[in-house]
Ligand binder design. Structure first.
Ligand code: MV4
Length: 491
């Protein structure tokens, strides 16, 4: 087993990995940029290495500087987390060439799945259903299967270089726009075409393989609640999969077919589009641990980071497919420093107050602390709030309770938005698709996500005045203890 591991990442995922390393008795080495000198992951690690300025290209995305830190600290292995260099085949290879174990799949698997067209070919060759599509003539394809179609970047991901096309007259213009967007974003302007699957759900399968040829799927996650390709809520099990007899086994086996065809090992996620009839199509494969991995951990009882490390050290999968059972329901809310009332504009700044939820069935994977300043240079995700309960209904109730305990002061956050979603009848019914959140925001343009500042000030004034006169509050929640506490706060 490894004795020292470097985490080539930051924020909540670095903290998450450090926690498992501590449990395994492996020393953790954090890396940090100028902007992250005081970050939580640096405080929690056993050792820390400064790797450069705030700009990612000179720190968290800089292979030479990360390998340099790995050498200085004498680590055995490198965990890439998610984002940054986690799906960079060149980085995985460079780690191995420098004598460090890369905790993830082979550079070859990463490379295969990095090209969306190559990934389709691999998945199809393994026997997984893929969306009908073509790499040659988009107009011939559209004539044959009909509109709407979707143009996609070969090097794509995250919706960049993607265009919906509804009419033949628009095809060429859309193709050129998608191609130049892809060229700008990925340095690769190649575009291909697929039949568009309307109002689909985004369902993904967690897979795990070892280097001895064993592989299993660990259930699904439903990630349909998203905005601009940014996931907002994820859950496991998927309400759709849970309602369709045999679907979990069918989609799970399809995921394994795609992964096997890529010679896959370690943690991976196979993404599918699914319609309400239970048909599904391979979309792409993510060759990393994902942000939303905790919902799978809560329903399977497994520590996916520990599994990743054991497999990277040459270990065998410690279970067979038959031993995997999903228990209860888990939901994750991604807490972002952004303002839902102002078009989700990022809201970095100093965390002036922080009250964090806890209690039965509540897990908080956080990268922040009170008094820390959220840097503007990186992704504005602050934390992930994850709950588990025995049923989906109770998990929703538990999430609402946990959210009511969560206060982040000094910056804007999307905490209030989740109350609106979790109380929405369509969400409660599990009636989801990738357009769900846009639709909810459209139909409730004045969605109350935060009590207004004026209202908060007025409430504080009323309370101050009442306490000064020694009048108890008229509400049933009032008591002398409560009043005494409030008086204390106002002193
Ligand atoms: C699609 C699709 C409908 N039909 N492909 C979006 C990002 C990229 N990973 C693939 N995406 C989609 N591909 C076909 N043929 C709809 C989407 C899509 C989507 C997929 C997953 C999660 C959220 C999404 C939001 C909008 C569109």
């Amino acid at each position: 087993m490894f004795s020292r591991i470097l985490i080539a990442n930051r924020g909540e995922i670095a903290v998450r990995i450090i926690r498992t390393l501590r449990e395994m008795g492996i020393r953790s080495v954090a890396v940090y940029s100028d902007a992250d000198r005081a970050a939580l992951h640096v405080r929690k690690a056993d050792e820390a290495a400064h790797i450069g300025p705030a700009v990612s290209s000179e720190s968290y995305l800089n292979t030479a500087r990360i390998l340099d830190a790995a050498r200085r600290h004498g680590v055995d292995a490198i965990h890439p987390g998610y984002g940054f260099l986690s799906e960079n085949a060149g980085f995985a290879q460079a780690c191995e060439d420098a004598g460090f174990t890369f905790i993830g799949p082979s550079p070859r698997s990463i490379g295969l799945m990095g090209s969306k067209t190559e990934a389709r070919r691999v998945a199809q060759s393994g026997g997984a259903p893929v969306v009908p599509g073509s790499e040659s003539d988009p107009s011939a394809f559209a004539r044959e299967v009909g509109f709407p179609v979707m143009l996609k970047a070969v090097a794509g991901g995250g919706g960049k270089g993607m265009r919906r096309v509804d009419r033949m007259e628009d095809l060429q213009t859309a193709f050129d726009a998608a191609s130049s967007e892809a060229k700008r974003a990925f340095g690769d302007g190649r575009v291909y075409v697929e039949k568009l699957i309307e109002n689909a759900r985004h369902i993904e399968i967690q897979v795990f393989g070892d280097m001895h040829g064993n592989m299993a799927y660990l259930g699904e996650r439903e990630c349909s609640v998203q905005r601009r390709h940014q996931k907002v809520i994820e859950e496991s099990p998927s309400p759709l999969v849970a309602s369709m007899p045999g679907m979990r086994e069918r989609i799970g086996e399809a995921a394994l077919k795609a992964a096997r065809a890529a010679g896959y090992y370690n943690a991976g996620t196979v993404e599918f589009l699914a319609d309400n009839s239970g048909r599904f199509y391979f979309l792409e494969m993510n060759t990393r641990l994902q942000v939303e991995h905790p919902v799978t951990e809560l329903v399977t009882g497994l520590d996916l980071v520990r599994l990743q490390i054991e497999i990277a050290a040459g270990g065998r999968l410690p279970f067979t497919q038959e031993q995997i059972a999903l228990r209860g329901a888990a939901i994750e809310c991604r807490i972002y420093a952004e303002d839902p009332a102002n078009n989700f504009f990022p809201s970095p700044g100093r965390i002036e107050q922080l009250a964090e939820p806890a209690g039965p069935g509540v897990r908080l994977d956080s990268g922040i602390y009170q008094g820390w300043t959220v840097p503007i240079e990186y992704d504005p995700m602050l934390s992930k709030l994850i709950v588990w309960s025995d049923t989906r209904e109770r998990a929703i109730e538990r999430m609402l309770r946990a959210l009511s305990e969560y206060h982040v002061g000094g910056i804007k956050s999307n905490i209030g938005l989740f109350r609106a979603i979790l109380n929405d009848p369509a969400f409660r019914a599990g009636d989801l698709h990738t357009g769900y959140l846009d639709l909810l925001l459209e139909t409730h343009p004045t969605l109350e996500t935060e009590p207004s500042e004026e209202l908060a000030k007025a409430a504080a004034l009323v309370m101050a005045k009442r306490l000064k006169r020694d009048e108890p509050a008229p509400s049933s929640a009032s008591s002398r203890w409560l009043d005494e506490g409030r008086r204390d706060l106002l002193r």
